[in-house]
Design a protein around this ligand. Structure first.
Ligand code: PLP
Length: 463
């Protein structure tokens, strides 16, 4: 069972190493199977990650039977928490009726109708299987529609791992990455976040820009927060220069508001990419937006169109009935607005409580975030911590994402796991299933982990 006691005799990492025997054993096998022993870069943890056996509500349990409060939230897909009864019921019903018809079906219609109803700018929809596919489709559509080739993105913003948008995502935010052709790199412009003057200068000078893509609340769900007013300015500038605006609402969609960040901030993009919550914890994503921009997905009885404008799009699992069943059940509940307010409320309590712990320990850390996400900043040199309003803060964006000391991150994550709490290196996601009791336990575990880190001389108070 988890350590969960006031003090540990050995270091966090040594204690961790000896506390999760089944996970350690599985990781040993996995090392021979997968690069680094893992299947997603964010699951990297030394000495080994935990192996999860099952999950329910806000909790998950590992192979040794240890219970964790889960803040990974299915990488942001699980706004309702694990195994919401209505979602489980819908998926169970669907699995007995068929998982793949290779045909059109009633559920895809219902699923798309919900998107139209909830997402303000959605006039037409196309389903794909992941966010990576959705942003790939969105920029291809933008290129076809405008006849231009370049895409402007913002440093730090993540839009999936394909060649066109992964450059400029992680520090030092440079374009060049192994395996990506120079020809592709020439079509990508990476702009510092929140700098509208720079965007306008680029669009004015370069007539080849097809679209601007942005995570509306900022890189990695507000890790580098978007400055107040920036989205409206961006809409004006892109319209002025005839450039399409894509909101990548993979995270913010159905989380910031029923209709995502576009509804919350009242700014209409031309195209929107959706995923995660959209498919209720199963694989599934979509591109939604202006009907005229999605037109190239149509086949026509016109050879000139089919050869010159048609965007070919296949995908074995597009609009998969099982994903649709989970998505429909989830969106119907999210549409009430209740899960969003509940998750937001729990997140505010959590952020406040964690920052109080940080203040008590007098360490230069900060937990920030909006809506239902929280972010760790373990090098917050301006010492304003809890009182800092990151949306107005002039803090250097390069210090906000990917700049946390990896040793601190590792010890924080392992220490939290020893206290029965699973957080990601960036922070975490809160669901509507998290309770005030979960929040309270998390704050206590955070306090204890910091205490252990101070005792191991990994952290010192600043006075
Ligand atoms: C904003 C954003 N866009 C795109 C993606 C890529 O989505 P997927 O992991 O489904 O390919 C993610 C994934 O985390 C994301 O956060």
């Amino acid at each position: 069972m988890q350590v969960a006691k006031e003090s540990i005799e050995r270091s966090i990492l040594e204690t961790y190493e000896n506390s999760f025997p089944s996970s350690r054993k599985l990781y040993k096998k996995a090392l021979n199977l997968f690069p680094n022993g893992i299947t997603h870069d964010n699951r990297f943890l030394k000495p080994f990650p935990i192996y999860v056996d099952h999950a329910l509500g806000s909790k998950k349990w590992d192979e040794d039977g240890n219970e964790y409060i889960d803040y990974f939230g299915g990488h942001g897909a699980l706004l309702l928490g694990h195994g919401h009864p209505k979602v489980v019921e819908a998926v169970k019903r669907q699995i007995t009726r068929g998982t793949h018809y290779g045909a059109c079906h009633r559920l895809e219609v219902e699923w798309a109708e919900l998107i139209m109803d909830m997402v303000p700018s959605a006039q037409k929809v196309r389903f794909v299987n992941s966010g990576t596919e959705a942003t790939l489709m969105a920029i291809r559509l933008a290129r076809i529609f405008t006849g231009k080739s370049k895409i402007l993105k913002f440093a730090g913003h993540f839009h999936g791992w394909h060649d066109n948008l992964i450059p400029g995502t992680t520090p030092p935010y440079e374009l060049s990455l192994p395996g990506i052709l120079n020809g592709v790199l020439e079509s990508i412009i990476v702009c510092p976040p929140n700098d509208i003057k720079r965007v306008e200068k680029i669009l004015q000078k370069d007539n080849e820009v097809a679209s601007v893509i942005i995570e509306p609340t900022g890189a990695s769900f507000g890790m580098i927060p978007t400055r107040e007013g920036f989205l409206k300015e961006l809409r004006q500038v892109t319209r002025k220069w005839g450039v399409l605006l894509i909101f990548d609402e993979l995270i913010t969609g159905f989380r910031c508001a029923r209709g995502g960040a576009q509804e919350y901030y009242g700014v209409m993009p031309d195209l929107t990419t959706l995923g995660k919550i959209l498919a209720g914890g199963l694989p599934g994503a979509a591109v939604a937006g202006r009907g005229d921009i999605l037109e190239p997905l149509e086949s026509r009885e016109d050879e000139k169109w089919n050869l010159g404008k048609k965007m070919f799009h296949y995908g074995t699992f597009n609009a998969n009935p099982l994903s649709a069943s989970a998505g429909i059940a989830t969106l119907k509940i999210v549409a009430t607005g209740e899960p969003i307010s509940r998750a937001n409320k729990m997140t505010s309590m959590l952020i406040k409580g964690m920052n109080e712990v940080i203040d008590k320990h007098r360490i230069p850390w900060c937990v920030h975030g909006e809506f239902s996400g929280f972010r760790f900043l373990l090098n917050h040199a301006c010492y304003k911590r809890a009182s800092c309003n990151f949306r107005k803060c002039d803090y250097d964006y390069k210090k906000l994402k990917g700049a946390n000391d990896p040793v601190l991150v590792q010890n924080l994550r392992c220490g939290m796991l020893l206290n029965g709490i699973d957080v990601a290196k960036q922070g975490g996601w809160v669901s509507a299933a998290h309770s005030a009791e979960d929040v309270e336990k998390t704050i206590v575990g955070f306090d204890r982990t910091i205490d252990w880190m101070k005792r191991s001389k990994l952290l010192t108070s600043f006075d």
